[in-house]
Design a protein around this ligand. Structure first.
Ligand code: NAI
Length: 340
């Protein structure tokens, strides 16, 4: 993604529209919550993505300004802003990917679950519209608590008769981004070469980075180092919430992570082989109905949910410890969808 963005910037005096149209399929991406802290930088990054031909920016307020601003960037994506529920259908129609960062973020002292009451309703409403206007789109769910909002989305789609488990993704990419950064710093390896799978869910101890599988491998790290890296990855969101002191949670790093994940989805849709990223999806990897693990992306969304691979004893223990909380967050989402 960064390479594509910098190519675009370097070649900024050229006209891309014909080149882009000739080499790849038209792709429409919609961002719901596009005027928010995540939505705005995510809109910017998606505008820079050469795989996007149409970018639809929706929010309950503020999108005309964001859309006008982003639309002046001389990259191929045609940008349109939509505001208010009466414009939601048009915003969604024809979308290949819908990215959802709509909802309230955390403040210091709050867990992701504290956001449940507000965000669950927002996600339910948006997914109802998606099932009507773009039932075949891939959904990238960013709104927290992801461990519950993904099951809510699944129930809404099931009720509407449009559920396809291959098309629903909880975005856990920020956990991967953090694990890579923290590991590279501690193991003293080049950050751009690092890969670390992160499995489980997206809240506290349900976030399980598998540093035993990190590449490039490092034998410079002690067990204490691995424990500290694991805790820092799990608490990465809280680190940002506290540093922002009441002004919200991660937005810039989340926008980057969301853009990387959406780019992977676009590549999969376009038939690029071997696109593998971690995501919280419907799963049989464990006994839980949803679980984050490596996923191979393809023309229909999820092509294959990959297993966990070899775990260290510390990771096996982490896996057992996270199941209770993850199970109850999933059930809470399902219950909400049925009760409301
Ligand atoms: P924000 O408050 O800055 O922006 C949220 C936007 O959603 C606002 O512009 C608001 O108008 C909009 N919105 C509210 N109701 C809406 C509706 N019904 N339809 C469309 N838009 C609506 O919040 P921020 O910082 O952008 O965070 C958004 C969400 O992302 C939060 O739930 C946060 O917890 C989550 N998040 C998820 C992460 C992840 O790793 N998955 C990381 C960081 C945040």
């Amino acid at each position: 993604l960064l390479r594509s963005a910098s190519q675009l910037l370097r070649r900024s005096r050229r006209d891309y529209s014909s080149a882009a149209a000739a080499s790849q399929p038209e792709r429409k991406v919609a961002i719901l919550g596009a005027a928010g802290g995540i939505g705005q930088p995510l809109a910017l990054l998606m505008k820079l993505n050469p795989l996007v031909s149409s970018l639809s920016l929706y929010d309950i307020a503020g999108t005309p300004g964001v859309a006008a601003d982003v639309s002046h960037i001389n990259s191929p994506a045609l940008v349109k802003g939509f505001v208010g529920e009466e414009q939601l259908g048009e915003a969604l129609e024809g979308s290949d990917i819908v990215i959802i960062p709509a909802g309230v973020p955390r403040k210091p002292g709050m867990t992701r679950d504290d956001l449940f009451n507000i965000n669950a309703g927002i996600v339910k409403g948006l997914c109802t519209a998606i099932s009507k206007y773009c039932p075949n789109a891939l959904i990238n769910m960013i709104s927290n608590p992801v461990n519950s909002t993904v099951p809510i989305a699944a129930e809404v789609f099931k009720k509407a008769g449009t559920y396809d488990e291959k098309k629903l993704f909880g975005v856990t990419m920020l956990d991967v981004v953090r694990a890579k950064t923290f590991y590279a710093g501690k193991a003293n390896v080049p950050v751009t070469e690092v890969n670390v799978p992160v499995v489980g869910g997206h809240a506290g101890i349900t976030i399980l980075p598998l540093f035993s599988q990190a590449t490039p491998a490092s034998n410079a790290l002690s067990h204490e180092d691995i424990k500290a890296l694991t805790k820092r990855t799990q608490d990465g969101g809280t680190e940002v919430v506290e540093a922002k002191a009441g002004k919200g949670s991660a937005t810039l790093s989340m926008a980057y992570a969301g853009a990387v994940f959406a780019d992977a989805c676009l590549k999969g849709l376009n038939g690029v082989p071997d696109v593998v990223e971690c995501s919280f999806v419907q799963s049989t990897v464990t006994e839980l109905p949803f679980f984050a693990s490596k996923v191979r992306l393809g023309k229909n969304g999820v092509e294959e949910v990959l297993g966990l691979g070899q775990l260290s004893d510390f990771e096996k223990e982490g896996l057992e410890n996270l199941k209770g909380e993850l199970k109850s967050s999933i059930e809470k989402g399902i219950q909400f969808a049925h009760a409301n």
